[in-house]
Structures are given as structure tokens and as C-alpha cells.
Ligand binder design. Structure first.
Ligand code: SF4
Length: 246
């Protein structure tokens, strides 16, 4: 049974958005961690092409903040290597991995090919359920979503409430140039596949290279009417652009 802790309300999120308006992400994170303002908190990272920025920001503010990786067991080996590199380089003290439930995989994805005919169902058992398990017991979690990433992520506030948990998007208002400048300023390591044209890296079967001029996330689930894995619920559920995938 997933533990849902209805600790926070939209009013809390509104107050935090107002309090930290105009405050840079590094200072915001340092303040929140120092005040222990959000209770039990963790970062959820895909260790994708832009993940280093958020992980560096959080580790600089407090390296003991837990970092959770959802390993779908369909990841690129380069992503697993990159994870090790970043953990070591940033001094992340509390890294953990959650995986799909073996019994569920045996029942629903016995041959490992569910992604090829039912990607929503595959994401549900390989990403959404393990992440829900990982979040059980958390009061708040930190996501690396950015508004510029695609039309499904417009109007992204820094603080949202999801099932009573506070969800932080410290990079919500960062631009691609901001990220690039941060990479350069701190000499952050790049995901090994980025140089090969993978601008947004997810699971190996569902990630393809992005052509010049394409949306960076267009390489995800190419050929499918699918843009999100289902771990992020929409900010404005009435906005057709923000409808969940299931
Ligand atoms: S991204 Fe693809 S392989 Fe990964 S969980 Fe979703 S459908 Fe499955």
C-alpha cells in the first residue's frame, strides 16, 4: 500500500512560490534545506542529459539529500555509468535505486517487449509504480523539469502539490542558455550519449536521436502519441496541452 501523506496544500505551494520569487535556485535550496522546511525530501533524477545541473545544485546545498534513480531495467549502459560518475564527482552521500517489481514484470512484461506495443502500460509498471513506492514516506520531492522542454511543460511553477506532497521544480524557469552556462561555469560532465545526438535520454528502446531544429524531447517515444512517462501530473488539468498520458 502506497503511503500518501497529505501534508501540504495548494496554499502552501502558493506561499512558497511567492516567498522565493526572484530568489535564485542555489539560495532557495540552501534556505529550504537549512530550515528543514519541507520535511523528508529527496531528488528524483533520470541521470539524463541535463540532470547534472539539478544534482550539482542540490549537492552543493546539502550532499546528504537523498537522490533516487528509477532504473526501469531498460536504461542505456551509458546512463548507468553517468550516474556513477556524477555521484562520485558531486559527493552525493545518499543515492538509491528503485526497480520495477519482479512479480509484476513476470506477469505483465514477461518478454520485456511491452514498450513496443503498449508504452503507457510499460511506463506504468517500470517507472510510475516504482517511483510511487520510492515516494512513499516522502513529504516532498525535487524534480528536474523545465518549462522550456516542451509544450506539455509550460506554465511550470517552482512549487506544486501532488497527492499532498510538495513537488519542487527548481529549474522550472531556467532556459536552455541558463543550463548551458551552468554546465560551463562548473565544468559539469556531459551525458556520454549527448555528443551522439541524443538530446533527451530515457529508456534505450524509446529514445532516438534528435535532428537539428527538432524539439529536444521529440526523440522520446518517436512515432507514438506520447510525450510524458506519467510520473508528472499536469499543472493545469484543464489545459488541453497538459493532459496526462493516462
Ligand atoms: S520509456 Fe519505454 S521502455 Fe521505458 S518504461 Fe516507458 S515504455 Fe517502457
Amino acid at each position: 500500500m502506497i503511503d500518501v501523506r497529505p501534508r501540504f496544500t495548494q496554499a502552501d505551494a502558493d506561499a512558497l512560490n511567492a516567498r522565493f520569487e526572484g530568489v535564485g535556485a542555489p539560495e532557495m535550496l540552501r534556505t529550504l534545506f537549512a530550515e528543514d522546511a519541507l520535511g523528508t525530501i529527496a531528488v528524483v533524477s533520470s541521470f539524463g542529459t541535463e540532470s547534472a545541473v539539478l544534482l550539482h545544485l542540490v549537492a552543493q546545498a546539502d550532499p546528504s539529500i537523498p537522490v533516487i534513480f528509477v532504473d526501469t531495467l531498460k536504461m542505456f549502459p551509458e546512463t548507468l555509468d553517468y550516474r556513477k560518475t556524477l555521484i562520485e564527482r558531486f559527493g552525493i552521500e545518499n543515492a538509491s535505486v528503485v526497480e520495477p517489481d519482479a512479480a509484476v514484470l513476470a506477469e505483465k512484461d514477461e518478454n520485456g517487449l511491452r514498450w513496443s506495443f503498449d508504452p503507457d502500460g510499460c511506463c506504468a509498471i517500470r517507472k510510475v509504480e516504482p517511483l510511487a513506492r520510492a515516494k512513499a514516506g516522502l513529504d516532498a520531492w525535487i524534480s528536474g523539469r523545465k518549462a522550456f522542454q516542451s509544450v506539455t511543460r509550460q506554465n511550470l511553477p517552482r512549487f506544486e502539490v501532488e497527492d499532498g506532497r510538495m513537488k519542487l521544480n527548481p529549474l522550472g524557469d531556467w532556459t536552455k542558455d541558463d543550463l548551458e552556462a551552468y554546465f560551463a561555469e562548473h565544468d559539469l560532465p556531459r551525458h556520454p550519449l549527448e555528443a551522439e545526438g541524443f538530446l533527451s535520454v530515457g529508456c534505450a528502446p524509446c529514445t532516438s536521436k534528435v535532428l537539428p531544429g527538432e524539439d529536444p524531447r521529440s526523440g522520446r517515444w518517436r512515432g507514438w502519441d506520447k510525450t510524458e512517462c506519467g510520473i508528472h501530473t499536469p499543472v493545469d488539468p484543464d489545459d488541453p496541452a497538459n493532459q496526462p498520458v493516462f
